[in-house]
Design a protein around this ligand. Structure first.
Ligand code: EPZ
Length: 414
């Protein structure tokens, strides 16, 4: 896939765009198949880079994966717990879910530490603290991590921060642990509910997903199942913001409105006209937009993954918009790129101020991470002239067929 996206801006977007299944759900679900003793079928799996990498890692463990259109059939019956010392592990953060899954199933895992978007320091101390609470011993030698347990025994684990990754990883490691595990101050993201409901279909006993207290009663094996992955709330939010930025009348389909309430209420505060149905959001042409302030929070607060895309829209709001980033304090590398397009944004130490309105003009810019890339695409759609976005591979990690989807609603993009 070409590594540059070109956009000629100022086209009015009109029509329907359908959201794919959730990246941050499927990247947890795929490694969790390690826990299964029978075939797992997944529907509507998005064809994105992160999925392709995780499938390669599953195959390394001798798990058979066959794809039929967007349906995956995964056969874990021949699984072998080989060391995952493969540079693919470092291409995405979610590879760390193999830690919890392999520890949970085999009480041993040896693999590289994860990679992922450059959003500043991304430690996994809360994950490791959870594994140790279950009885695991951890050895780290440079970039290689080895985790072993004689026995995994349930425990009460308090998370200092409602970490999505740590919540999921501990859930996976605790599935077969003896007795009951409780995760206090657990993350409440929809992806955690989606994974938990799939594992329970396979025979797990997980209660409380979506609340801040999750309990897992250990069982001895997990069956197979068929699972339909939830829609991607961040992809949905990205298209809704793009439609607010330069839409005439755009319907975003395959949306669970409850998953993006923080965004839609903020957009309405800006003056965007939305119509919400049970599984869609329709966005009408926006007139003047008001500057607003956002603070990113764990779900159900304003999603950190949407502050970068929303920043592009804020450049056309009248007045100063303020962003406070409490999850990743360095998540502002999109601001320099937007300023190259004529935006007027000051960013630093966890905060940014977007002075608006500004006319954006196309130029050469670079995606530095996935959601920065999404922000630049939206800016390109808004800008006068041609925008060339380099390092577009970041964008393809999380947005299935983004060029085709935008072209289908009138964008001049390639
Ligand atoms: C998940 O990352 C998502 N990634 C991120 O989406 C998302 O931004 C993030 O949750 C917050 O919603 C996936 O699901 C694959 P966290 P994760 O653990 O699990 C600190 C995207 O664009 N922390 O909730 O890594 C951490 O440094 C990606 O799709 C610790 O200090 O998020 C960060 O400041 C980007 N110690 C904060 O918590 C730990 O052990 C949030 O981390 C773990 C996390």
């Amino acid at each position: 896939m070409d590594d540059v996206i070109k956009i000629r801006g100022k086209r009015k977007l009109k029509g329907e765009v359908t959201v794919s299944s959730c990246k941050n759900s499927v990247v947890a679900i795929l490694p969790s198949v390690v826990l299964a003793s029978e075939i797992v079928k997944l529907y509507d799996v998005p064809d994105i880079k992160d999925v392709q990498i995780l499938i390669k890692l599953l195959e390394k463990l001798n798990i058979k994966v066959s794809a039929d259109d967007d349906e995956l059939t995964i056969d874990p019956t021949g699984i072998r717990n080989v060391d995952l010392l493969d540079e693919d592990v470092m291409k995405l953060r979610a590879s760390y879910y193999f830690m919890g899954a392999l520890l949970g199933r085999f009480k041993h895992v040896k693999m590289y530490s994860p990679g992922g978007c450059n959003l500043g320091p991304r430690p996994i101390d809360l994950h490791l603290k959870g594994f140790e609470a279950l009885g695991a011993k951890i050895r780290q030698d440079g970039n290689i991590i080895e985790i072993d347990a004689e026995e995994l025994t349930g425990d009460d684990i308090y998370l200092d921060f409602a970490s999505v990754g740590a919540t999921i990883n501990i859930m996976l490691a605790a599935c077969f642990a003896r007795g009951r595990t409780t995760i206090e101050n657990a993350a409440k993201e929809p992806e955690i509910i989606d994974l938990s409901s799939m594992l329970n279909k396979m025979g797990a006993q997980i209660r409380g997903a979506g609340t801040s207290e999750i309990t897992i009663n250990g069982i001895s094996r997990l069956k197979g199942c068929i699972h339909d992955i939830i829609p991607d709330r961040i992809e949905a939010g990205t298209y809704i913001i793009a439609a607010a930025a330069c839409g005439e009348d755009v319907t975003v389909r395959n949306v669970i409105p409850q998953h993006i309430e923080a965004l839609t209420s903020k957009l309405e505060e800006m003056g965007v006209k939305l119509e919400q149905g049970s599984d869609y959001v329709r966005v009408f042409e926006a007139g003047k937009l008001k500057a607003v302030d956002i603070i990113t929070q764990p779900f159900p607060g304003f999603a950190t993954d949407l502050q970068q895309p929303l920043t592009a829209l804020m450049t056309r709001a009248e007045g100063d918009s303020h962003v406070e980033e409490t999850i990743y304090v360095d998540r502002f590398r999109h601001c320099n790129e937007l300023n190259l397009m004529g935006a007027n944004i000051e960013a630093g130490s966890g905060k940014s101020v977007i002075h608006g309105p500004c006319e954006l003009h196309g130029t050469d810019i670079s995606a530095t991470d996935l959601r920065c890339g999404a922000s630049l695409v939206i800016a390109g759609l808004m800008a006068e002239g041609e925008t060339i976005i380099h390092n577009a591979y970041h964008i393809y990690r999380g947005y299935e067929s983004i060029v085709e989807k935008l072209r289908a609603i009138g964008a001049d993009i390639e």
